[in-house]
Design a protein. Structure first.
Length: 535
């Protein structure tokens, strides 16, 4: 037989991106890698992520602030008293709440709004205290910020305070630990925005009126520490102060130091963040979500371009955040996960996107949409939007991983960008496709859709895999699974029902998450037709 004319499209899923089709800029682009994570052992192989697991005995109405210290999550929560938020801890080892004593209606903040734009509370460890800033503090008497004394984590106590010696001029919007001092960000009405520093290790005392202003009247919104590379070796500690998305400043040194005096400098780009809860430290520097996407402030104090712009990754969900101040993020050292409400999509759904710092690729969107999240070792803990409990969530699958989330089987979606990038303007016809996949010991079904550039389904197929071994001549044709017992990776032929005619095509494969499931390369044999558009 003469050879068939045409070609084979091989698509290796590298990572998710905003790009509408696969281009030379981003070969291997995917529209979705939903509830999938990179396989640890092989590049461009994807496996189901572990489900978020509800932590026992962790029911809370709403959590507005959170910090993990050791094995205890310290929080500000609603529902412990009417109209006011109160401090509480949760021990991740014993799965039990830790009662904080000393709080009353008189020394706690009023409830924050649970929807819409807000000023997020902050919780920062300084010495033996967790310092709490909160927009619900009245600013009257000692009701400016809160202190949880955790010198005895089994018996923590609470008090509200203003700094003795030199009081704060207004209720602070944030607190950050720098040189063991509490740096409070204040925007006093009719006054100049400033950061004001406490005594070392004593956040409730300001013996000296140490303060910094920034040469303008823009509101301060957030601050986070950053280690800078020293040209002579080692690291220099810095504090980065943000004025919303307008800009940020670098603070180095200390007020009381003669060898490293306090100094400040504006950074090299007029950007920042309107999402204070997306400020996270990483091995590469300080990450934050700017109005145009995730950016990195590296250890040389250089602000990167948006990570993933021009279709090379994920930017659109962050640039179209419904409420930027509600976004949150956390980093466990190898990945950063970010939750946003994406107004670019119908219904503005909550989405979680993950960026791998080691592989430099995006994946998602995931259904584990955190309202607040913190790293806990290689794992994450947090409060999930719409759920009145704390959850723990892993990125790396282990033998103990489960795949039921929010009382329902978790579903995975693997969808390519529009294909092919072939340098040809003729229509194509495709009847043969395979994809490489693995299956668990439990049988399940891969559902495969071919969609055109208008997202219209051209054809649909399904195939059962997994379960017990299938032997030739001892099964019912069309009923028994193809792959039999658990397989690591094997080709699956897609049983299309019609020839698929297309110019641009995307394959969408959905399947239930389970141990052993794995998906990799897609191959499509196509033949060019004699016309450029459908009649």
């Amino acid at each position: 037989m003469p050879p068939r004319q045409g070609g084979v499209i091989r698509h290796q899923a590298v990572g998710a991106g905003d790009t509408t089709d696969e281009t030379e800029l981003f070969p291997g682009a995917m529209q979705q890698l939903a509830n999938l994570v990179p396989a640890l052992d092989t590049a461009n192989n994807w496996v189901p992520r572990p489900a978020a697991v509800q932590l026992p005995n962790s029911g809370l109405d709403f959590v507005s602030g959170m910090v993990v210290v050791g094995d205890i999550v310290w929080m500000m929560a609603q529902g412990l008293q009417a109209s006011y938020e109160a401090p509480i801890g949760y021990n991740l080892l014993t799965s039990a709440f830790v009662t904080v004593t000393g709080w009353t209606n008189a020394n706690t903040p009023t409830n924050v709004v649970t929807t819409g734009t807000w000023t997020p509370p902050t919780m920062t460890v300084v010495g033996i205290y967790v310092v709490v800033t909160h927009p619900g503090f009245s600013g009257i008497g000692s009701n400016f910020f809160g202190l949880i004394n955790i010198s005895n984590p089994a018996a923590p106590t609470w008090t509200s305070a203003n700094c003795s010696g030199n009081a704060l001029p207004d209720v602070p919007v944030f607190c950050a630990n720098f040189y063991n001092r509490a740096y409070f960000g204040c925007n006093p009405p009719g006054g100049t925005p400033a950061v004001l520093a406490s005594n070392p290790l004593v956040p409730g005392t300001r013996t000296n009126p140490y303060a910094l202003t920034f040469g303008n009247n823009l509101r301060l919104t957030a601050a986070a520490p950053l280690s800078l590379t020293n040209q002579l070796g080692g690291q220099v500690q810095a504090l980065i102060v943000f004025q919303g998305s307008r800009g940020c400043f670098q603070i180095t040194g200390d007020f009381a130091s003669t060898t490293s005096p306090i100094a400040q400098n504006a950074l090299n780009v007029a950007t920042g963040t309107d999402a204070p809860n997306t400020l996270v430290s990483s091995p590469y520097g300080l990450l934050f979500v700017a109005p145009d996407g995730l950016r990195l402030l590296d250890t040389t104090a250089h602000v990167s371009d948006p990570i993933g712009e021009a279709g090379a990754g994920i930017v659109t969900p962050f640039a179209n955040a419904s409420i930027p101040s509600r976004m949150c993020a956390a980093c466990n050292g190898t990945s950063v996960r970010i939750t946003t409400q994406n107004s670019a999509l119908l219904g503005a759904p909550y989405q979680e996107w993950v960026y791998s710092l080691t592989r430099k690729v995006w994946f998602g969107p995931n259904t584990s949409t955190f309202g607040l999240v913190e790293a806990y070792g290689s794992s994450y803990v947090g409060w999930i939007v719409g759920k009145e409990n704390l959850y723990r969530s892993d990125i790396i699958p282990t033998a103990a991983a489960t795949y039921t989330e929010f009382f329902a089987p978790m579903q995975c979606t693997y969808q390519t960008a529009l294909l092919p990038e072939r340098g040809d303007m003729r229509q194509c016809s495709m009847v043969e496709s395979i994809f490489y996949a693995g299956a668990g010991a439990t049988s399940f079904t891969y559902n495969i859709s071919a969609l055109n550039q208008n997202n219209t389904v051209v054809d649909f197929a399904s195939i059962a895999v997994g379960g017990t071994e299938t032997l030739w001549d001892s099964f019912t044709w069309g009923v028994s699974p193809w792959l039999g017992a658990q397989q690591t990776l094997a080709p699956i032929t897609v049983p299309w029902t019609i020839p698929i005619v297309f110019d641009r095509l995307t394959l969408k494969i959905t399947f239930p998450a389970q141990a052993g499931a794995r998906i990799a390369d897609v191959y499509m044999f196509y033949q060019p037709l004699g016309y450029t558009s459908l009649p």
